[in-house]
Design a protein around this ligand. Sequence first.
Ligand SMILES: [Zn+2]
Ligand SMILES: [Zn+2]
Length: 153
Amino acid sequence: MDGAVTGSCRCGAVKLTITAPQPLAHYCCHCRDCQKTTGTAFAEQVVVLARHLAIDGETAEFAMARPSGGTTTHRICPTCHTRVASTNSARQGIVIVRGGALDNADLDAPLAHMWAKHKRGWVTFAEDAPVFDGAPDQAAFAALLMPRLFAGG
Ligand SMILES: [Zn+2]
Ligand SMILES: [Zn+2]
């Protein structure tokens, strides 16, 4: 797909523009935090380089320490409270947006499933999908995502 991927919060006050090459890199996170914040079984986490993401509109921030390391900072629409982006101090230079916030992304199968030990019983994974019980270490995380993040330069 050519052109930018666009997205927004629910109310539309905050807009996202992603200029990364497609298909975008994404994984599914089945951790309890993602379950709590999305109110559903897992989060579709789209990973982009910070330089490939523009956020337009005022956002509020919410930071919390993660059991897997680092501090996550969530950027939230102050009106509708949708989380539009997050960063982790342990993973500099990348930003995570959620697949459901995107309007025209051409997402393919997730590159991995993380925190599978908390997945719902009904969720099954493709046989060739990398599955991690918790969060992969930095090297494994990079090995999974970097080829896709830097595809096309
Ligand atoms: Zn909003
Ligand atoms: Zn999670």
